[in-house]
Design a protein around this ligand. Structure first.
Ligand SMILES: Cc1cc2nc3c(=O)[nH]c(=O)nc-3n(C[C@H](O)[C@H](O)[C@H](O)COP(=O)(O)OP(=O)(O)OC[C@H]3O[C@@H](n4cnc5c(N)ncnc54)[C@H](O)[C@@H]3O)c2cc1C
Length: 669
């Protein structure tokens, strides 16, 4: 399509959301008066909270089409780089509430308004610029990455950009981690996709607003290909131990490649030759191969949600049907005519249930405690070709759209986590803001379950919103209303050969048990044997499920060991794990740069820095929704300490991880 044809452009602009379009128009024209016209009509960051009159929307579209025609003749935007205060005004108008100026630098970077392909690297270099005499020396270092999910890929891409050699060990046959493994019907992101993407690799062609697993997997594979990460990966190779050698201040990584997966040998052997200085391979027996790699630093990117949890149900061993964990969904399984029991009502359950209910003969949903399953605009929405065109072609539109999502699904919700100690509204909510959100969630549930008070009584959680992850309704309530679906809230007493028995004696026949029972999240880095300085192991430090780290990234006695998605990093109010990965990568890139350019062989987090940080996060977590007495969640360990989640807003964490300070570390030269 020609970008000089007014009527074709105008037609395409019907696919644009008026708010980001208006912001783009302001860049193009410099006409700030438009803010005054639209502000009264924007009540929040979601599309449905905007009611700009049609004639004004039409005018915005007309003017944008005319601007784009001008641009095609060589014109340029009047205001390509607005000042911070103008950006702040625009941001506040775009989401219908005051956005602090403190957000401006982060959002310019994160939404891509400050166009720089190098932003993570520039910041990494400047992170230690006081200490690093730039260019003074370049040490020969090699980095090991464990895991090729989104986090490991993010780290690898940035290492690659700096030309730092690295090797990734990945236990699976492909990249993608979560998205490679989870293939259950209905598996999709519940973060809007135009936010669930790397800021340095925007994708304007997502098929859906909340795309299915295949599209996310394809995106991550694309990242691995585009940034030439693949040739550094040792697939099907699981790290079993990681041991620090004090004499050389390096790590020895031991990994095992299973014989059953040796069809990948050719590719991996070539990679080995390339890194023969670092990797030695031993064939210890006819089946498995053991690989050893010496690395100067380890980036441990094994994810929090990677080791499935199967509950110890009495009698499970005598069950004769098939047990399927959602993260281990078989490629070939026919559910037609099957009686299925779905155990759990968390994030995976609310996706898989609606996706299989129509195929199965019967579906018994076994709920221990409910979830807040709420309306999420566009949850099933397909991104139209016009909208994709707008995202790809209208200058500034994609960044402003991403900003809207960032707010709607991120820090715009942060207040909802905070317990107001003076709150008098009862234990169903924790503050006035939380209560308002609860009411709007209840409105959706009541509307969905009209005439079904029996279900209403069972599904409404007995804890405040944001006590657990808030989930999007992709047909959950419609599914519960189906004739072939029953919702059970009784405890499981016993599993029999072909049925599940509840405490009240109800017997539920089941050919298949679907375990939507989550992961061993608190047992971080398990089952690897990780030995730090002096032979201390990570399990000695953390016991089974009490992990702690500084910023979720480094820990005393484990020099040059950088964790991603580690202790207390999960984001509970919204946000995207890919944002998290970028923050963490930038932080340890500063440290890796120091190892590379300074006469420093190792950096080890100071105990006092680590302890102060952990005291502070425990204090802050005590003020948030997950600490509410009514909440039991996988965010807590057996003793009730919150170990997975962070207490920070996205802005807080971005700032905390912006700059690695060598003064927080013991340095060994
Ligand atoms: C079904 C599902 C839906 C989700 N939806 C969202 C969402 O909408 N938004 C959001 O922000 N987050 C979501 N998450 C969280 C998700 O885990 C993160 O978004 C992100 O994918 C984490 O990436 P990661 O690389 O840190 O971990 P992972 O994706 O878990 O990757 C870890 C990798 O490490 C490998 N590995 C582990 N141990 C070893 C070892 N010893 N040796 C070698 N390799 C090893 C694994 O095989 C895996 O490839 C979801 C999670 C699940 C399970």
């Amino acid at each position: 399509m020609s970008l000089s044809d007014f009527s074709s452009i105008r037609a395409r602009l019907e696919g644009a959301n008026p708010v980001p379009l208006a912001m783009s128009l302001i860049h193009m024209t410099g006409d700030l008066s438009l803010l005054e016209h639209i502000t009264p009509h924007i009540r929040g960051a979601w599309e449905h909270l905007e009611s700009i009159p049609p004639e004004l929307t039409g005018d915005i579209r007309d003017r944008m089409a005319a601007c784009m025609v001008e641009m095609s003749k060589g014109g340029s935007p009047s205001m390509a780089q607005p000042s911070s205060s103008v950006i702040q005004k625009m941001m506040s108008a775009a989401v219908g509430e005051q956005v602090s100026e403190a957000y401006v630098p982060m959002l310019l970077e994160q939404v891509g308004l400050q166009v720089s392909d190098q932003h993570m690297l520039n910041l990494a270099q400047s992170a230690t610029h006081d200490e690093v005499q730039s260019g003074a020396q370049t040490n020969d270092i090699h980095i090991a990455i464990i895991g090729a999910g989104a986090s490991g890929l993010c780290a690898a891409i940035q290492l690659g950009k700096l030309g730092i050699p690295y090797t990734i060990f990945e236990k699976n046959a492909e990249v993608g981690g979560t998205w490679y493994e989870n293939r259950y019907p209905g598996c999709a992101v519940d973060t809007p996709n135009h936010f669930y993407q790397f800021s340095f690799e925007p994708n304007n062609n997502w098929p859906n607003y909340f795309s299915q697993r295949d599209a996310i997997q394809a995106y991550l594979e694309h990242c691995a290909d585009k940034y030439e990460v693949r040739q550094h990966i040792r697939f099907n190779t699981e790290v079993s131990s990681v041991v620090f050698d004090e004499a050389t201040q390096t790590w020895l990584i031991q990994a095992i490649e299973k014989a059953s997966q040796l069809s990948f040998n050719q590719a991996t052997i070539e990679t080995t030759a390339q890194y023969s200085d670092h990797i030695t391979i031993q064939t210890t027996n006819a089946t498995d191969r053991v690989e050893h790699l010496h690395a100067n630093a380890v980036i441990c990117a094994v994810g929090q949600l990677n080791r499935p949890a199967i509950p110890k149900l009495p009698g499970l061993e005598q069950y004769q049907g098939r047990v399927i964990h959602t993260a281990q969904w078989p490629d070939q399984i026919d559910l037609k005519g099957k009686k299925v029991a779905l155990i759990g009502t968390g994030a995976s359950a609310v996706q898989v249930g609606p996706a299989i209910a129509a195929q199965v003969e019967s579906l018994a949903v076994l709920q221990r405690s409910g979830s807040w399953v709420v309306r999420r605009p566009n949850i099933d929405g397909v991104v139209s070709e016009d909208t994709k065109w707008v995202l790809n072609n209208v200058p500034f539109y994609a960044p402003w759209y991403r900003f809207q999502l960032f707010w709607a699904f991120g820090d715009g919700l942060f207040e909802a986590l905070k317990i107001d100690p003076t709150w008098q509204g009862g234990s169903e909510s924790i503050s006035a803001f939380n209560a308002r959100l609860r009411e709007s969630m209840m409105k959706h549930i009541r509307r969905e379950l009209v005439g079904r008070d029996d279900l209403l009584k069972k599904v409404v959680p007995d804890f405040p919103p944001f006590g657990k992850r808030v989930l999007g309704d992709a047909g959950w309530y419609s599914m519960l209303k189906r004739d072939n679906v029953r919702l059970e809230t009784g405890e499981i007493k016993q599993v029999h050969a072909k049925a599940v028995e509840l405490e009240d004696g109800t017997l539920l026949e089941a050919d298949i048990l679907v375990m939507a029972t989550g992961f061993q999240a608190g047992r971080m880095l398990w089952p690897m044997d990780i030995q730090g300085r002096g032979g201390v192991t990570i399990r000695q430090k953390w016991s089974d499920d009490d992990p702690r780290a500084f910023l979720g990234i480094t820990a005393p006695e484990f020099p040059n060991f950088f964790m991603m998605y580690g202790p207390n990093t999960n984001i509970g109010h919204g946000g995207s794990a890919l944002f998290l990965a970028e923050c963490q990568t930038r932080y340890f890139m500063g440290l890796i740069q120091a190892l590379r350019t300074q006469p420093i062989r190792s950096v080890e987090c100071r105990q006092d820095v680590h302890d102060r940080y952990n005291q502070e996060i425990d204090r802050l977590l005590g003020q948030l929704s997950w600490s509410h007495p009514s909440v039991s969640t996988w965010y807590k360990n057996a003793k009730g300490r919150i170990v997975t989640n962070q207490p920070w807003s996205l802005l807080d964490y971005w700032r905390l991880t912006y700059e690695a300070k060598l003064s927080d570390y013991h340095l060994v030269g």
